[in-house]
Design a protein around this ligand. Sequence first.
Ligand code: KG4
Ligand code: ZN
Length: 371
Amino acid sequence: MFPQKAQYNNDLRRFCQAPLSCNDHILLILGIESSCDETGVALYDSATRQLTHRLHSQVEMHAAYGGVVPELASRDHIRRLIPLIEAVINESPRSLHEIDAIAVTQGPGLGGALLVGASVAAGLGAALGKPVIGIHHLEGHLLSPLLSEPRPDFPFVALLVSGGHTQLMAVEGIGRYKLLGETVDDAAGEAFDKTASLLGLSYPGGPALSKLAENGNPARFKLPRPMIGSGDLDFSFSGLKTAALTLTRKLEAASALDSQSRADIAVAFQSAIVEVLVTKSLSALTSSGMTQLVVAGGVGANKSLRERLTQEAARRGASVCYPPMELCTDNGAMIAFAAAMRLSEHPTLLENSDTSFNIKPRWPLEEVSST
Ligand code: KG4
Ligand code: ZN
């Protein structure tokens, strides 16, 4: 599915060859991500735009429980984080003493999991005498498409679609984020995961459901497109999930839930969710007068969503930008990169480093200021 780690790094080096703009500050940032079920570490060099990153996914560990078990997540981050930092430093031509700052996900996320990253960052910062910068997890996702080439310019509309969030944001610049709309119940990724589980697929179900949908007949079932005509930019996915459940139970009761039927439900579910996401994203472009859409978060890896968004946006003269595929899900690279972007605009942040590891498990993105 994903390329091997070594290949990631080679690919990323290729992604990151664009020249620096003249106001970029030259910084070497160590990024740490531990907000949920992925331990991510990266070293980002803003002079060369080179990135070395490593990721450990806990997916297999949580799959047995059908979802993330917070206590197990925290314990695994403790086991993985230091070896991952060592691996990244060993792979990079730079040493730990050369870094300018440590960036760590401060929130939102699971409290215990965030504490692991924050305490390692604080300890490392104190030992090396380096500043620690707390980064908003969603800001990391939001800015990660800027790691691709060609790099989008501000302003743009961002569609954030992950396991915990579904939001449309207007992004005017670093730290200038305005919420345009969001889900009133389940996040898109959560709906994918729950429907996948209903179809007997293991956690996290998004990628598995999307694979199953490839064999489905899109003409067989039609599921509702909740709030598609609501006139605002909000979303609702819990009704769609219930509709998929009702359809599954009906087929089950008629002893007709064979593998083709599961694939047909999967494609009907995916088409409904993709159509809603595409329609609302295009409305956001129209209402904001912007012509660039940036897609971030795990669901942004969905092939059907990518194809439909690219097609529909092009039809309206707009463009869509995605992070490199392997940076769609949680990773340390986006945290290091977000810190580099912030510091390039506000170098004084280096002097106001906070090593008290004050995590923010609940933290609206709009509260992230531009200074
Ligand atoms: O951004 P992310 O890695 O973690 C959160 O911050 O939530 O997103 C994870 C979510 C999961 O719900 C997963 O099922 C979904 O992204 N996902 C997908 C695909 N790949 C990951 N959903 C649909 N299609 C995919 N290809
Ligand atoms: Zn995420």
